[in-house]
Design a binder for this molecule. Structure first.
Ligand SMILES: Nc1ncnc2c1ncn2[C@@H]1O[C@H](COP(=O)(O)OP(=O)(O)OP(=O)(O)O)[C@@H](O)[C@H]1O
Ligand SMILES: [Mg+2]
Length: 457
């Protein structure tokens, strides 16, 4: 008996310790079973207390009256499925007549503490069927991504974890261009490095512009086809990309060979409609600290600025079908940066905001999309670095956090991607500049007037 008591105390102490130090392990060992039991046992009374029940149908009430039996109890949504996951539980519910998905999402917070879970979110799967995603612990405190393979054929990379425990993907085919905002030290560059690590194994050319003298992207330079660390090189690279885009459109035109017998759906309209053997490699252009490209101190710099912004606007407007995708990061990105900026911003469909210091900055990301997301972005605490609000293509938003890849850790997945780095012909010459980032002659010094980007490689 004493041994049993000692064993019980040890198990409870181990569970307590795990819950405190390693919530993810606690969840997998003890938490999931306890939570499933708690939810199933309390389900009826919690739904009743949260106002998520409907009275029994009239025929049952009449039958009970006639048979002199107790009045049937109000009915909660029927549980279709309970699925334990790595981070929580997923409940699929069939709503009763008269209920709607909004009732459930409005009660999410009440359900959260009634079931003793860390977070509850709901979404409607189809008419009358709602999915409740519950998390057992704060999954964003210590982000652990499940091991997932990037979706090689579809330009879709896992980049962060959402607060409901699901994976947040950056899908370039659905959302070609994106803007990431955040105050200094809020986690923008870490997010961008995660993107690079995710894109590394794909057949895609990466082009980087990092006007912080390259400190953020240069540790990952091995994987870049071209990398600029100052506005002059950036302007050359962007011009080369615009020329590359025009080449790709010429290629698509030449391949279209439209005749009356070709159905509309088969006419090539972007690079993904071309046969694989002639399809140009897609290009992802990563720009860190974009404001640096838009600032100027004299006439000459103003001309360079206009050249850069015009090229970016052209790439944002026309680049998608040519397989050119923009990923722009900055602290603010508003009209105070001069002409062309709001036009460029309007083309950046994907929005992510890390912690911002004022509402205006949050409005630059979400003002025209969702006021709730603006509020969520300004309430991210300063110590929660890397936490961000990400808009999705449906107009909704999620709280996300990327895993804290440090520059050194980020190199490992990049080194594993041993395939040759694809580079569009016009960027081919630049690619050699980035192979040895730590040599004395950095990329910017290797791209001189004698190495004109617009020359075919
Ligand atoms: N997802 C994350 N998880 C944990 N820590 C993070 C995360 N993202 C960032 N950090 C921490 O915050 C620090 C600053 O991050 P980062 O360099 O990405 O900020 P930034 O927004 O790019 O800042 P700046 O505008 O000054 O370049 C990192 O060194 C890291 O310690
Ligand atoms: Mg940064």
């Amino acid at each position: 008996m004493t041994w049993l008591l000692v064993a019980l105390v040890l198990v409870v102490a181990a569970a307590g310790l795990l819950r405190w130090r390693r919530p993810a392990w606690y969840w997998l060992t003890f938490g999931v079973a306890l939570a499933a039991l708690r939810v199933l046992v309390r389900y009826g009374s919690v739904m009743d207390a949260c106002g998520l029940t409907v009275p029994a149908p009239r025929w049952r009430l009449a039958l009970a009256r006639m048979a002199d039996r107790p009045v049937p109890r109000p009915r909660a949504p029927r549980i279709l499925r309970v699925r334990p996951t790595r981070t929580g539980l997923v409940l699929r519910l069939k709503l009763r007549p008269g209920q709607d998905a909004f009732d459930v999402s409005a009660s999410a917070d009440r359900l959260r503490h009634s079931f003793g879970m860390y977070g509850v979110t709901s979404r409607e799967l189809r008419s009358g069927v709602v999915e409740l995603r519950m998390t057992g612990y704060d999954v964003l405190r210590r982000v652990q991504m499940p091991s997932l393979a990037a979706d090689t054929g579809h330009m879709r990379v896992p980049v962060a974890l959402r607060e409901d425990g699901s994976v947040h993907y950056r899908d370039y085919r659905t959302v070609p261009h994106a803007l990431t905002l955040g105050a200094t030290e809020s986690g923008k560059s870490v997010y961008q490095r995660n993107l690079v690590a995710g894109l590394a194994p794909l057949n895609v050319a990466l082009v980087g512009i990092d006007c912080k003298q390259g400190v953020e992207l240069f540790p990952l330079a091995r994987r870049f086809s071209a990398l600029a660390d100052n506005p002059d090189t950036a302007a050359d690279i962007l011009d080369a990309l615009v020329a590359h885009m025009e080449d790709v459109y010429r290629l698509i035109r030449s391949h279209q060979s439209i005749s009356v017998s070709v159905p509309d759906a088969e006419i090539a309209a972007d690079i993904w409609d071309l046969p694989e053997d002639i399809r140009p490699v897609p290009v992802v252009v990563l720009v860190d600290e974009v404001a640096e490209l838009a600032l100027f101190a004299n006439k000459e710099q103003e001309k360079r600025r206009d050249r850069i912004i015009t090229a970016l606007v052209r790439l944002a407007q026309l680049g998608r079908a040519a397989g050119i995708y923009l990923e722009i990061c900055g602290q603010r990105f508003g009209s105070e940066l001069g002409k062309g900026i709001t036009m460029l911003r309007a083309q950046l469909t994907g929005r992510t905001a890390h912690r911002v210091n004022d509402e205006t900055s949050a409005n630059m990301a979400f003002g025209d999309i969702s006021p709730d997301a603006v509020l969520a972005a300004i309430t991210i605490p300063a110590e929660a670095r890397g936490v961000a609000i990400a808009g999705d293509s449906t107009g909704g938003w999620h709280r996300i956090r990327a895993p804290p890849h440090h520059a050194a850790a980020g190199r490992e997945p990049l080194q594993q991607a041993r395939r040759p780095h694809p580079a569009p012909a016009r960027l081919g010459r630049l690619s050699s500049c980035t192979r040895h980032p730590h040599t004395r002659s950095g990329p910017s010094s290797r791209v001189g007037p004698d190495r004109r980007l617009n020359d075919p490689a």
